[in-house]
Write a protein that binds this ligand. Structure first.
Ligand code: SAM
Length: 229
């Protein structure tokens, strides 16, 4: 397996067996995906939802089970991923946008709920900070931003230990080393995770309040923040 030369083409290729690959390559994938519908405020009824880096739609699928009538905007750089979503969600109010986050026009006060599943680690620290600011502005008052991701600084001492545990997990599912080697090539080229404390600081800096955090094994994190005044 070879990696591609851009995020969009990498995920066009990845889309072929995406969910199976994610479950077998990403520890806690199912837990962290199902976290998007947990611990929400009791009367939270979003009418407008933005899924950033929707991929083949696994986060949106969770949300549709709770909020089938909401208007969804799905953004992804990969056209192939969006094509899967268009078929998968043809019976719902779904608007798909093929765009990099950096080029996407975030309307002000437009969304009740913004979600990002395993997509923001593709952005570097500065892009994340800018994105958090745009997400804050794009949310309505009391809107929620929720994300699941790998959150660790690649330069930290703990990173080597994380890779060892991760490798054991992947080799358990794919005993030949080919998948792990591809994953590490992908990780080195496309993945720029930041630690949870750093991201929490950046979120709070733009105005968010953290209200719920689930951390599995320290670095596989689900976090929810609210735009409250
Ligand atoms: C690992 S997948 C996650 C998909 C889905 N949210 C999930 O949780 O299974 C990351 C997705 O984000 C998209 N992506 C990554 N960086 C992006 C960027 N800067 N702009 C737009 N889409 C991006 C990729 O194309 C890919 O479909």
């Amino acid at each position: 397996m070879r990696i591609s030369d851009s995020i969009a083409s990498e995920f066009n290729e990845f889309s072929k067996d995406y969910t199976n690959d994610m479950i077998k390559c990403v520890p806690y994938y199912n837990t962290l995906i199902s976290s998007f519908t947990k611990n929400l405020p009791p009367n939270f009824e979003p009418l407008t939802i933005l899924d950033l880096g929707c991929g083949n739609g696994n986060v949106t699928a969770q949300l549709l089970s709770l909020f089938p009538k909401a208007q969804y905007t799905l953004v992804d750089a990969s056209e192939e991923m969006l094509n899967i979503c268009k078929v998968r969600f043809k019976d719902y109010h779904i608007h798909c946008v093929a765009s990099y986050f950096q080029d996407f026009e975030f309307s002000k006060n437009a969304y009740d709920f913004i979600v990002a599943g395993f997509s923001l680690h593709h952005c570097n620290s500065d892009d994340k900070k800018e994105l958090f600011n745009k997400i804050y502005t794009a949310l309505k008052p009391n809107g929620i931003f929720s994300c699941s991701d790998l959150m660790i600084d690649k330069k930290s001492d703990e990173h080597t230990a994380l890779l060892e545990k991760w490798k054991t997990f992947v080799l358990n599912n794919y005993p030949s080393k080919e998948k792990w080697e591809w994953l590490m090539e992908h990780y080195s080229e496309f993945d720029k995770p930041d630690s949870f404390p750093d991201q929490k600081n950046w979120l709070e800096h733009v105005g968010f309040k953290t209200f719920s955090t689930l951390i599995n094994d320290t670095y596989w994190v689900h976090c929810q923040v609210i735009k409250s005044y």
